[in-house]
Design a protein around this ligand. Structure first.
Ligand SMILES: C[S@@+](CC[C@H](N)C(=O)[O-])C[C@H]1O[C@@H](n2cnc3c(N)ncnc32)[C@H](O)[C@@H]1O
Length: 438
C-alpha cells in the first residue's frame, strides 16, 4: 500500500522533480514513516528519564561532549586549509559547503558575443527534462569506458542539441571508437551520419568495445578526408540535402576551432558543436573560449599583476582543480594579459602557429561578426555531487543540478553512474553562425 502511494507521488518529469527536491530534505527518500518511528522511540526514552530523574545529568554530559567534539573538528579544518591534499573532503572544507554555489564563475566565465544578442530556445527546465530521459539511454552505451573520448556531460549535451535541432544530416569530425556516433544515433534514430576520422572505429572492435553505425558514411582509414578538404557539395547531393542549415556538424578532432569555423562557413553550415572548448591556458588547440577571453567581454580578460588577489586565488585553486591555471601561465612579459601566450594551438598541439596579440584580438572580432548564437553547455552537476576534480568551478557557469541537490541528483539516476564519467567537462559549445554581411 505504502509502495503504491509512493509510486503515485513520484513525479514523471524532471521539472516536477526539481520542484520537490528540497521538500524531502534533499535526500530524496520522502519516507516519512522512518522519521515517525524515531520520534516515538525518543519520546519513550525521554519519558523514562524524566520519570527516573536522570534527565538533567544526561543532558549536561551530552552538552560537554558536543562542545569538545566541535573544538576538535574546527582545529582539524585549520590543518586541512594548509595541507596541499587535493582530495574532495579537503576541497569542500577549504571552500566551504555554503560557498560552493557562489564559487561558480567567480574568476569569470568568458563568452563570445553574438551579432544580435540572440540566445538558444531551450531553458534549464528543458535541460532537466532531457537529463531525466538521457540517463537510462546513457546506461546502455556500448563503450562503457570511453577514456580519451566524451564523458557523461558532453554526451548529454550533444544528444540534447541534436534532438532539439532535428537535423536532416549529422556530420562528425573525430570519431575515435565511435561513442559520439552512438550518441548522435540515440538522438536521431533515422538520420544519416557522415563521420570523418583517420582511424576507422571498426579497427577498435578487434580489441574491445566500439560502435560502427549502419547508416553512417565513413571517411575513415584509407578513405579519410579532413573536414577542410571535403567536397561537401557532392556529399550534400548524395544525401539529397538542399538546405545546409538543416545539417548539424560536430567537431571533436582537436583542431584549431577558428580554422574549423572558417571551413564550416565556407561550406555553408550553420549549426556547429565543438566538444573541447578549452578554457584559457589549457588544452591542445585554439578554442572559442580562448578567442573570446578578452578585456571588453564581461568575465573575460584578467589582471596580470603578480600581487593581485586574482593571482593568489588562481595559485591556490591550482591545488584543487586540474584545469585551474596560474597567472604565470596566462600572462606575457610586463604583466600583460595574454591568455594564449602567443600561440594558436592546432592538431593536438602538434602544429602551433605564432600570433600577435593584435591578431588574437582581431580573431575575437571576426568570431563575433559571424556569430548568431553562442551557448556553452553548463556542467551537468556540481562537484560536491559528481566528485569531479578537473574543471575549475570558478571559470564555469552554474551546473544544471546545483551542489546540495542530492535528492534531485539521485532521482535523475545520476548517482548510479560511475563517478569517472563526470570528469570530462570542457565547456562544450554550440554555435549558430552565418557569413558576415560585408
Ligand atoms: C578525442 S577523440 C574523439 C572522441 C569521440 N568523439 C568520442 O566521443 O568518443 C579525437 C579523434 O579525432 C581524430 N582526429 C585526428 N585528426 C583528425 C582530423 N584531422 N579530422 C578528424 N578527426 C581527426 C583522432 O584520430 C581521434 O579519433
Amino acid at each position: 500500500m505504502l509502495e503504491r502511494a509512493l509510486s503515485i507521488r513520484r513525479p514523471p518529469h524532471a521539472t516536477e522533480v526539481a520542484g520537490t527536491a528540497e521538500g524531502d530534505g534533499g535526500d530524496g527518500t520522502g519516507d516519512e514513516s522512518k522519521i515517525r518511528k524515531h520520534v516515538s522511540v525518543a519520546m519513550r526514552v525521554t519519558n523514562y528519564l524524566t520519570r527516573t530523574g536522570y534527565i538533567w545529568p544526561i543532558l549536561v554530559i551530552g552538552l560537554i561532549i558536543v562542545i569538545i567534539s566541535s573544538v576538535i573538528i574546527s582545529s582539524r579544518d585549520l590543518v586541512c586549509i594548509s595541507a596541499s591534499s587535493s582530495d574532495h573532503i579537503s576541497r569542500l572544507r577549504f571552500f566551504g559547503f555554503d560557498g560552493l554555489e557562489s564559487d561558480f564563475g567567480s574568476l569569470g566565465v568568458p563568452w563570445c558575443r553574438s551579432k544580435h544578442g540572440k540566445d538558444v530556445e531551450w531553458t534549464s527546465k528543458d535541460l532537466l527534462k532531457g537529463l531525466e530521459e538521457f540517463v537510462p539511454i546513457y546506461e546502455t552505451r556500448p563503450i562503457k569506458n570511453n577514456m580519451y573520448g566524451m564523458g557523461f556531460d558532453h554526451s548529454f549535451g550533444l544528444w540534447f542539441i541534436a534532438r532539439w535541432l532535428q537535423p536532416d544530416l549529422m556530420i562528425e569530425s573525430g570519431a575515435f571508437k565511435g561513442h559520439s556516433t552512438w550518441v548522435l544515433r540515440q538522438a536521431m534514430p533515422d538520420t544519416p551520419i557522415v563521420s570523418l576520422s583517420p582511424r576507422h572505429p571498426e579497427k577498435y572492435l578487434k580489441k574491445g568495445p566500439a560502435y560502427v553505425d549502419g547508416n553512417c558514411t565513413y571517411f575513415a582509414g584509407k578513405d579519410f578526408m579532413d573536414f577542410g578538404s571535403m567536397d561537401w557539395g557532392k556529399v550534400m547531393r548524395k544525401h539529397g540535402i538542399k538546405d545546409r542549415s538543416r545539417v548539424l556538424v560536430f567537431f571533436d578532432d582537436h583542431q584549431n576551432e577558428l580554422k574549423r569555423l572558417k571551413e564550416a562557413l565556407k561550406a555553408g553550415f550553420k549549426h556547429l558543436v565543438f566538444e573541447d572548448n578549452y578554457d584559457t591556458g589549457t588544452g591542445d588547440h585554439y578554442s572559442f573560449r580562448q578567442i573570446c577571453d578578452q578585456f571588453y567581454i564581461r568575465g573575460g580578460g584578467h589582471s596580470c599583476y603578480k600581487e593581485s588577489d586574482e593571482a593568489r586565488i588562481r595559485h591556490r585553486r591550482k591545488k584543487f582543480w586540474e584545469k585551474a591555471v596560474d597567472t604565470d601561465e596566462l600572462c606575457g612579459p610586463g604583466e600583460a594579459w595574454w591568455g594564449v601566450r602567443g600561440h594558436m594551438r592546432d592538431n593536438f598541439n602538434h602544429s602551433n602557429k605564432v600570433i600577435t596579440y593584435g591578431q588574437h584580438f582581431q580573431n575575437s572580432r571576426f568570431v563575433e561578426s559571424v556569430l548568431d548564437v553562442y551557448w556553452e553547455l553548463p556542467p551537468v552537476a556540481g562537484p560536491s555531487l559528481t566528485h569531479q576534480t578537473r574543471y575549475d568551478p570558478a571559470r564555469t557557469s552554474i551546473p544544471i543540478v546545483e551542489d546540495g541537490r542530492y535528492g534531485l541528483f539521485r532521482r535523475l539516476g545520476l548517482s548510479q553512474l560511475d563517478l569517472s564519467v563526470f570528469n570530462g567537462y570542457t565547456q562544450m559549445v554550440y554555435l549558430q553562425v552565418s557569413k558576415n554581411d560585408t
